[in-house]
Structures are given as C-alpha cells and as structure tokens.
Design a protein around this ligand. Sequence first.
Ligand SMILES: *[C@@H]1O[C@H](CO)[C@@H](O)[C@H](O)[C@H]1NC(C)=O
Ligand SMILES: *[C@@H]1O[C@H](CO)[C@@H](O)[C@H](O)[C@H]1NC(C)=O
Ligand SMILES: *[C@@H]1O[C@H](CO)[C@@H](O)[C@H](O)[C@H]1NC(C)=O
Ligand SMILES: *[C@@H]1O[C@H](CO)[C@@H](O)[C@H](O)[C@H]1NC(C)=O
Ligand SMILES: *[C@@H]1O[C@H](CO)[C@@H](O)[C@H](O)[C@H]1NC(C)=O
Ligand SMILES: *[C@@H]1O[C@H](CO)[C@@H](O)[C@H](O)[C@H]1NC(C)=O
Length: 411
Amino acid sequence: MKCSWKILLLLALVYVVIQYIAIRSFPSIALNIGSVLHNQNHFQLLHSMDPACLRYKKDYLRNISPSHVLILAATRSGSSFLGQLFNHHPDVFYLYEPLNHIQSALNSTRANRRMILGASRDLLRGLFRCDLHLLEDYITPQPEDHTTGQLKRRGASKALCTPPVCHVFSPQLVNVTERQCVQKCGSLNLTLASQSCRQRGNVVIKTVRVPEVSDVRDLLEDPRLNLKVIQLVRDPRGVLASRMMTFPQNYPLMRLWKMKRQKPEGLNLTREPVCEDYLRSVATALRQPDWLRGRYVLLRYEDLAKEPRQKIEEVFTFLGLDLDKSVVDWIKENTRGKGSWSPMEVLSTNRDSATNSDSWRLKLSYDMVQYLQTLCPLTLHELGYKFVNSSAELKNLSVTLLETRTFWTST
Ligand SMILES: *[C@@H]1O[C@H](CO)[C@@H](O)[C@H](O)[C@H]1NC(C)=O
Ligand SMILES: *[C@@H]1O[C@H](CO)[C@@H](O)[C@H](O)[C@H]1NC(C)=O
Ligand SMILES: *[C@@H]1O[C@H](CO)[C@@H](O)[C@H](O)[C@H]1NC(C)=O
Ligand SMILES: *[C@@H]1O[C@H](CO)[C@@H](O)[C@H](O)[C@H]1NC(C)=O
Ligand SMILES: *[C@@H]1O[C@H](CO)[C@@H](O)[C@H](O)[C@H]1NC(C)=O
Ligand SMILES: *[C@@H]1O[C@H](CO)[C@@H](O)[C@H](O)[C@H]1NC(C)=O
C-alpha cells in the first residue's frame, strides 16, 4: 500500500469509530471491542505500508497500545525497589526476573551467550504480549494443564497473588509477603495469569539478565510492541559493597581485608562485571541512536532513593502512567525509617524501612573504597559519581557523592 491521503483518512476514520464505540459502551465492553479492532482490522490495515507511513504507523500504535517496560539493571543495584513501585500500580502487570527460567534451563546445555540472549528476547516479546504460556517451555518439571507451582519468585508479582489469578487475597490487601502468596495461592494457572496481564494492560518486566541495552534493540524496533527501557544504575562502589555483604562467599579476600584491615595479596576484582557493562551500555544510550530515541531513561538509584516520589512521577509521566495512590502509599510506608529495605519482603508494606543507598560508605574502609575507585574511574565519571578523597569525606554522609545530572534522552 502507498502512503496516500486515502489511507490516512481511513486511519482517522477507524480511530473515530473506536473512540465513538468506547464512549458509548461500558468501560469493560469498550475495552474488548477496542482490542479486537486493534488486533485485527487496524493492525492488518497498518501492516502493509511503504516506509513513508512507518513513522506515522509507529506513533499511531504508540498512542493506543499499552506500555511495555523493561527495567534493565545489575544485581544489587536497587532494581527490586524500583520494581515494587510498578508492582503496586493497579494498571501494571509486573514480572520479577522471568529470564531466570531460561538461564537455568539452558545452563546445562551447550547454549552460548548469543543463544541465551536470543531465547530471552523471544520470551520477553511473548510476555509483553501477555502470552505467559511461553514460560512453560523453560519450567521444570513441565507444567500440566498450563498450571505450575514452580514459577520462580511468583510471590514478587502482586498480579499473581490477587484476583483473577488467586482469590485468597483481595486486590487492596497489599501487605502480603512473598511466602504467604506462594503458600496460600496454590499452583499458578498460567491461563489466568495471561488474563490478568491483559486486564492490567501495561506490562513491566525487571531483569538483571540482559547485559546491554543493544541486546533488546529488536524488541524496541518491533512495531507490535510499545517498549521503553529504564536502565537503572547505581554507584559501582555501592553495588560491589552490597554484593560483598549479600554473597560473602564470593568475595573471601574482601572479607579478609575487612578483618585484617589490610589489602590481601592477590586480590584482583578487575573482572568483576559491573563497570564495563555499565560503560558499554550507557555509552550506547548516550550516543542517542535512532532506535532508542524517546524510548530510554537512565535512572540513578541514588536519585530515586533520595526523592522516590518525585523521581517515579517523572518516570511514570515519561511512560504515560498516572501516579496511582497505591504507589504513593507504598513509598510512604517503605521509605520512612532508617533500616535497610529487604527485597525478600517485597509485598509487605508495614515495614518501617528505608532505601539507604549510602550505607556502603559506613561499611567499607577508605582504602577499600580507594581500591574500588581505581577499578572503574570512567564509569564513575560518566554516571556522575564523585571520587572520595579522604576518609572524613567518605564517612560524612552530608557530603554528597552525586553530581547533578540529567540523563533523559527525550524526543
Ligand atoms: C549453571 O551451572 C553451573 C555449573 O554447572 C552452576 O555453578 C551455576 O550455578 C548454574 N547457574 C544457574 C543460573 O543455574
Ligand atoms: C495488613 O495491613 C492492614 C491495614 O494496614 C492491617 O490491618 C493488617 O493487620 C495487616 N496484615 C498483616 C498480615 O500484616
Ligand atoms: C485455568 O484457568 C482457566 C481459565 O479460567 C480454566 O479454563 C482452566 O480450567 C484452569 N485450569 C486449571 C488446571 O484449573
Ligand atoms: C588482574 O587480572 C587482570 C585480568 O584478569 C590482569 O590483566 C591484571 O594484570 C591483574 N592485576 C593485578 C594487579 O594482578
Ligand atoms: C575529590 O577530588 C576531585 C578532584 O579534585 C573532585 O572533583 C571531587 O569532587 C572530590 N570529591 C568530593 C566528594 O568532594
Ligand atoms: C560534614 O560535611 C558537612 C558539609 O560539607 C560539613 O559542614 C560538616 O562540618 C562535616 N562534618 C564533620 C563531622 O566533618
């Protein structure tokens, strides 16, 4: 089809008809009719156009289709906290690390990084379109009747613990722990999960298993999706400190350092994957390639932890989501006190805790921090984290290590 005025007129007409039906019907009926039209007529109509129409078509689909959001992060960089802000939004279907299943399924085979990334992309594409049955291929034991008790971290997803998926807890009851959800809700019916996904409309997936933003370029360019990427970064010194506290067995020499107060011989964290991944991925984004334009946000965890409400409002505005009351309430409940915020208690609201993004400064000695700084000077610089120049600076939490930066790649 040529991109002629006739087609544009036809598109406008279809749009007006849908709006008309939507206004005339009850909301639920409108939703159904809207999505049928959208999936069939509409889409086929839009499908076979010449490139001149492509831009128009993309903008057009973007305005009427739900948001798909991928949160890209590194382990221990605050992504569970960011995920929770989405998890508590009633119009969001949130999934916590579904790519876990691919990694464990393909780990024992001879699949290489490229194959795993390929499978991950396909799974993400399907999940964003609410086809949760695709997960079945990677779950062991294989689900029967589209039902499984083995979905990892199921309880971290509020949509999978409330109706229509699970009727034990009411949608308003937000203080359900992961464990309670798994114990009380029984096996997960993936057909119902897919239904819940379609009802909520927007799909948000958090992963630490996609190392670089260019790994999802295919998905960003897929006209059937309306994908936006939030890349969450954290001060690499904080990431490493947090990993050392959480997985001490992986950092025996750092433990020794802490105990003996002296750098052990042979310590070499050069290969620790945080600085380089950040750098590659962030450098790609900061070049502002066409395929990322208007679809990417770089968010520093420290900025989010300092002003969660304001930051998340900015992010939601970018995504076209409203700042729902349940999200605001969750922030109030969970960022009050001074304790550490525990990702395992994700659904709980009655904890008096905070996201203390700076606590690493009290846990690491100055010489440790100096060493970590030598590992990734460029990353610190690019992301706007100041070098610490003395022990006094390190321990004085009123000294900020954040340079003010705006990273949005808008328009
Ligand atoms: C993959 O396999 C290795 C050893 O075969 C194991 O140490 C590792 O924990 C596995 N990773 C995952 C994600 O299952
Ligand atoms: C959940 O919160 C409600 C009201 O905030 C409270 O009455 C209830 O006891 C809480 N339930 C649990 C299990 O903590
Ligand atoms: C899962 O839910 C669907 C839709 O409600 C239902 O038809 C199916 O019987 C359920 N499966 C099981 C095993 O209960
Ligand atoms: C640390 O390891 C890297 C590669 O693994 C090597 O290039 C580097 O020389 C090592 N540094 C030290 C101080 O041993
Ligand atoms: C440490 O010194 C560098 C270079 O003088 C400076 O840019 C940086 O802001 C200082 N760090 C802090 C926390 O003031
Ligand atoms: C901590 O830093 C602030 C701001 O730079 C400074 O005013 C204050 O005196 C410092 N406190 C101590 C104990 O050094």
